[in-house]
Design a protein around this ligand. Structure first.
Ligand code: EPZ
Length: 419
C-alpha cells in the first residue's frame, strides 16, 4: 500500500495544467459502446478509473488503442456481450453508465451494482425509473441489475431528484430509442454537456444539455469516425485553487473553463483571496488572513459537493466560525475525524459542519476516506506544521492525475512512499 508523505508550511507558487474531467470521461468511455465504429477521445486523464473502464470495454470486445498519452481510439463494432460481472466492475462507482450504454446498444444489460466511494447510501432508483420509462423491464437479482426491452421508446421523464448519473445514463440509453425522450429536472453539470457533445459528434440528436430540460431525438445508428476532446476537470482545478489559497501561495491554474468554477472563485474572494481569470486560466493569490464563510453545496451552478472536503481545510484556518452544509449527499463528513487529528475544531450536526477556525494545523498520520476527502488531507498536510502521512491514497489516484508531481512543480514537499 502507498502513502503520501508531506512536509507542510511552503506556499504553492507557479503554474499547473489541469487534466481532462474524470466525471465526464467515466461516462464518455462507456457511451462509446453505442458507436458502431471507431471514435477518438482526446484529453483523457491518466487516472485509475479510466484504466479500469478500458479493461472492462476490452473484456466486452471493444478494440481500444492509445495513440499517445492522453488520446485513444475505441471501436465497439464487434462487441457482442451485454454483461459486466461484479469482478469486472467492483472498484468502480461509475460502472452504472454501462447499464445505459449496453441497454441502448443491445436493448439488454446485466451489470453488477456499483462500488467505489462510500459516503452515505448511493441509490440508483432514478436511473431505473428512467430505463423503465423507456420500456425496459428491470430485475435486481443477487446484486446484479438486469435490463431487457423489446423496444426502447422515447418518453417524458421527470427526475424526482437532480441526479448527474441518472441524467447522463438516461440520455445515453435514449440516444437510439424510437421517438423523442424529454428529461425534465435534469442535472446541468458541465460533464452532462460534455457527454451530450460527444454523443452528438457521433451522430446523436440531443438538445438542451446544460439546462434542466434535455430533449433526445432517437436515431438509428451512431456512425462514429469523429473526435471528441474531454473538458477540463473543474474539481481538479478547484482543488488546486483551494490549495493555493490555503498555503497563501500564488498559483495560475491553466487549461480550464473559468465559468465552471464561478461558485468557488466567488467564495475564495469572499474569504479574502485574490482571484484573476481570463480565457483558459485562473490565478489565485492567498492572503495572510482567511476570512470566515458559510458554504452550502448544491447542484451546478451551485458550490460543488466534490469541493466540500477540500474547502473544509480553508474553514479550519479561517478567522472565526464557519459552516459547510452538505446539500447533496447524506453524509460526506468522514474527513472530519481525520482533520480533528490535525488539531481542527469541527462539530458535525446532521448535514452541517461547524468550524471554529484556528491559525494552525499540525501534521499527523491521516487516511483518505474517499477520493475528495483524500484531496482534503493533502491540502491539510501542505499547510500543517511538520510532517503528515496520508494513507489509502488509492482513492486519490482514482480521480487526480499525478497529483504529487503537479504539487511538487509548485514547490510542495510531497513524496509517494510505500507503507
Ligand atoms: C456524480 O455522482 C459524481 N460522480 C460525484 O462525484 C458527485 O459528487 C455527484 O455526481 C454530484 O455532483 C461521477 O460523476 C462519477 P448524483 P452521482 O446522482 O451521479 C441522489 C467524485 O468525487 N440520487 O448526482 O452518483 C443521491 O443520493 C464523485 O468525483 C438518488 O436519490 O451523483 C444524491 O443525494 C463523488 N437516486 C443526489 O441524488 C438516484 O438514482 C445526487 O446524486 C441517483 C441519485
Amino acid at each position: 500500500m502507498e502513502k503520501f508523505v508531506i512536509r507542510g508550511g511552503r506556499p504553492l507558487m507557479g503554474e499547473v495544467n489541469i487534466s481532462g474531467a474524470k466525471n465526464s470521461v467515466v461516462a464518455i468511455i462507456p457511451a462509446a459502446l453505442l458507436v458502431d465504429g471507431p471514435c477518438k477521445i482526446e484529453n483523457i486523464p491518466e487516472i485509475s478509473d479510466v484504466r479500469i473502464l478500458i479493461d472492462i470495454l476490452k473484456e466486452l470486445g471493444c478494440d481500444v488503442e492509445f495513440d499517445n498519452k492522453d488520446s485513444m481510439m475505441i471501436n465497439s463494432q464487434y462487441v457482442r456481450s451485454s454483461t459486466a460481472t461484479y469482478d469486472m466492475i467492483k472498484s468502480l462507482r461509475a460502472s452504472y453508465y454501462l447499464l445505459g450504454a449496453l441497454l441502448g446498444r443491445f436493448k439488454k444489460a446485466e451489470v453488477a451494482f456499483p462500488g467505489g466511494c462510500d459516503f452515505g447510501f448511493r441509490p440508483v432508483d432514478q436511473h431505473i425509473k428512467g430505463f423503465e420509462k423507456l420500456g425496459a423491464k428491470v430485475e435486481i437479482d443477487h446484486g446484479v441489475i438486469k435490463l431487457e426491452a423489446e423496444r426502447l421508446i422515447g418518453s417524458q421523464i421527470f427526475m424526482d431528484v437532480v441526479s448527474v448519473g441518472a441524467t447522463i445514463n438516461i440520455m445515453i440509453a435514449a440516444v437510439k430509442a424510437e421517438g423523442t425522450t424529454i428529461i425534465e429536472n435534469a442535472a446541468k453539470e458541465p460533464h452532462v454537456v460534455d457527454v451530450a457533445n460527444f454523443l452528438n459528434a457521433m451522430g446523436a440528436n440531443i438538445k438542451g444539455a446544460g439546462t434542466d430540460v434535455i430533449k433526445i431525438k432517437g436515431v438509428t445508428t451512431l456512425s462514429g469516425g469523429a473526435t471528441h476532446s474531454v473538458i477540463p476537470d473543474q474539481i481538479e482545478a478547484g482543488t488546486f485553487m483551494i490549495a493555493a489559497a490555503a498555503t497563501k501561495g500564488d498559483v495560475t491554474i491553466r487549461n480550464i473553463i473559468p465559468k465552471h468554477l464561478e461558485s468557488l472563485s466567488a467564495k475564495l474572494i469572499e474569504m479574502g483571496a485574490k482571484v484573476e481569470e481570463d480565457g483558459d486560466w485562473i490565478r489565485v493569490i492567498g492572503t495572510e488572513k482567511i476570512l470566515k464563510a458559510n458554504i452550502k453545496t448544491l447542484p451546478y451552478p451551485g458550490f460543488p459537493t466534490d469541493l466540500h472536503p477540500p474547502a473544509s481545510v480553508l474553514l479550519c484556518l479561517s478567522d472565526g466560525t464557519s459552516t459547510i452544509t452538505e446539500g447533496i449527499w447524506d453524509s460526506r463528513f468522514q474527513y472530519v475525524d481525520e482533520l480533528k487529528r490535525m488539531g481542527a475544531q469541527i462539530k458535525v450536526e446532521g448535514r452541517m459542519a461547524v468550524f471554529d477556525g484556528k491559525p494552525k494545523l499540525s501534521g499527523a498520520p491521516v487516511k483518505a476516506t474517499d477520493l475528495r476527502a483524500g484531496a482534503a488531507m493533502i491540502i491539510a498536510g501542505l499547510v500543517a506544521e511538520g510532517e503528515t502521512e496520508v494513507y489509502n491514497i488509492n482513492y486519490i489516484d482514482r480521480g487526480y492525475e499525478c497529483i504529487e508531481d503537479k504539487l511538487r512543480s509548485l514547490g510542495a514537499d510531497i513524496v509517494r512512499a510505500t507503507k
